[in-house]
Design a binder for this molecule. Structure first.
Ligand SMILES: Cc1cc2nc3c(=O)[nH]c(=O)nc-3n(C[C@H](O)[C@H](O)[C@H](O)COP(=O)(O)OP(=O)(O)OC[C@H]3O[C@@H](n4cnc5c(N)ncnc54)[C@H](O)[C@@H]3O)c2cc1C
Length: 453
């Protein structure tokens, strides 16, 4: 008899937690577990701004999927580009661009999210995202290259535009990115005696009236105060009207000469979800509290790509797209997959939010663990302690701790590697948003390959 096939899509917080639990709880002859992932690592996204600012090396937050001999899951290096629910086949584009069909009995969809964009002229051509390791590494090189080029330039207009930086999005990702990178340029400019530090300007803008509203009134104002003190210009109730290669126009009419637009204004579910042709809530797959897809046996979805009801909050709320939920849902969905395999009952997912930590670089931070408001060093200790303990492997923990200590003792470094210089750097180049099939193409592809066999 063939074993049931479990296919997990995506090796992020949700996917990796799910796979590890399946490996632990299922005996090898109970089911075959396969993981589809374009990369050989799990990315610890909350520390991405620290890679962009060079406090951490990229490798330290890329946690290997092959660290232990106990890991027996088959890994397909590639991305799922469509799922045919009817014939239970996932279409995959491998990293060598081969299109392969992977049949499954159970599928766990955990492809996460991509940067959310709007129909703003020039945005997708000129903005950088902060969702992948490549984007963080690219932005770091790009920011340092702006200092190098401004230093070399004799043209005051060019200097001015290279030394202004715009971050859109006042959530934790954007705020941490602006804070960490501003620290980088502030420290770096001391090594450029020809540059006037007063010309360096960071703008953080958001259409909402507050930064990180989930922090609450007092803590949100503290974060804002810290950033303003450090010279970051915060504009609220403002977005981008137009983006160009050398300037950005704000919706309040201001035109900012800049060559750096970092766009972190929210996320939307992976385009893979749309290929299913199933019901969605704001683009996320509408699943039951047990994280299964009603009416489709053996289909589960979780993390940023699924609209999982937040039973702890009630009132029809959905779990927010956070790592905190994704990794707990990963463990929980593994239990539910095992329960369906063994004919047991599925359990609904319930988790009460534990709070938020925001690392603004150096000793600046604000945190709200379990509703307790913290600022400065205690907040920083909680933020770093939380992230450190959440890293999956001891090697990753050691790398991150060593990087933090080195940075505290030796300060920042300003090496521009140049690896990605002259490469296209649009959102779609990093996030592969145009790689997906339509539901009709998925069906046609699956039916076509079935006829050939
Ligand atoms: C800069 C930043 C800071 C953040 N800070 C925090 C924080 O402090 N606290 C917090 O709780 N949350 C934070 N988040 C949010 C958190 O990282 C996400 O909510 C979390 O990663 C979601 O987990 P996931 O498993 O659903 O998706 P992800 O962790 O994004 O994983 C998705 C995985 O799927 C892979 N994938 C994508 N498409 C496909 C495909 N088609 N086929 C196969 N694989 C695919 C991706 O490569 C990735 O490995 C932050 C996010 C960012 C971007």
């Amino acid at each position: 008899m063939t074993r049931p096939r479990i296919l997990v899509v995506g090796a992020g917080f949700a996917g990796v937690e799910c796979v590890r639990r399946l490996e632990r709880k299922l005996s090898p002859d109970e089911a075959d577990v396969t993981l589809v992932t374009p990369f050989a690592y799990q990315l610890y996204l909350p520390l991405l701004p620290q890679v962009a600012s060079g406090v951490l090396t990229p490798q330290s937050i890329a946690v290997s999927l092959r660290r232990s001999k106990k890991y027996r899951t088959r890994i397909i290096p590639g991305g799922a580009i469509g799922v045919d629910l009817k014939s239970k086949v996932c279409v995959i584009r491998t990293i060598t661009d081969q299109i392969v069909n992977e049949p499954y009995d159970y599928i766990v969809l955990a492809p996460g999210s991509i940067t959310r964009t709007f129909d703003i002229p020039g945005l997708t051509d000129h903005a950088f995202g902060m969702k992948t390791l490549a984007e963080a590494a690219y932005i770091r090189d790009h920011v340092i290259s702006q200092l190098d080029l401004a230093d070399a330039s004799q043209d005051p207009d060019e200097r001015a535009s290279r030394l202004q930086f715009v971050v859109v999005g006042g959530g934790y990702a954007g705020t941490e990115t602006a804070a960490c990178l501003q620290r980088l340029t502030h420290a770096a400019v001391k090594r450029y005696p020809r540059l006037d530090p007063g010309l360096i300007k960071w703008h953080l803008i958001d259409i909402a009236p507050k930064l990180m509203p989930e922090l609450g009134e007092k803590l949100g104002s503290s974060a804002q105060e810290i950033l303003r003190r450090r010279g970051i210009d915060i504009s609220l109730g403002v977005s981008i009207a137009k983006a160009g290669p050398e300037e950005v126009t704000f919706t309040d009419g201001r035109v900012i000469p800049t060559r750096t637009l970092i766009w972190t204004a929210g996320v939307v579910a992976s385009p893979l979800i749309a290929t299913l042709g199933a019901e969605t809530v704001k683009g996320r797959l509408a699943v039951a509290p047990e994280m299964n897809l009603p009416g489709n046996d053996g289909v589960f979805a979780l993390g940023d790509s699924a609209a999982v009801p937040d039973l702890a909050k009630g009132d029809g709320a959905m779990c927010p797209p956070t790592a905190q939920h994704a990794l707990r849902q990963g463990r929980h969905v593994a239990d539910n997959v095992i329960a369906s395999l063994r004919g047991g009952p599925l359990r609904p997912y319930v988790h009460k939010d534990l709070g938020l930590v925001v690392d603004l670089g150096g000793t600046d931070a604000v945190s709200k663990p379990l509703g307790i408001e913290l600022r400065g060093l205690p907040a920083q200790a909680v933020a770093r302690g939380y992230h450190w303990s959440a890293l999956r492997t001891n090697v990753a923990k050691t790398r991150v701790m060593t990087n933090w200590l080195l940075n505290a003792v030796a300060g920042d470094d300003f090496v521009r590697t140049g690896f990605q210089a002259r490469k296209p750097a649009r959102l779609k180049d990093f996030e592969y948003t145009d790689a997906y099939l339509t539901p009709e193409q998925v069906r046609a592809h699956v039916e076509g390959t079935a006829r050939q066999e």
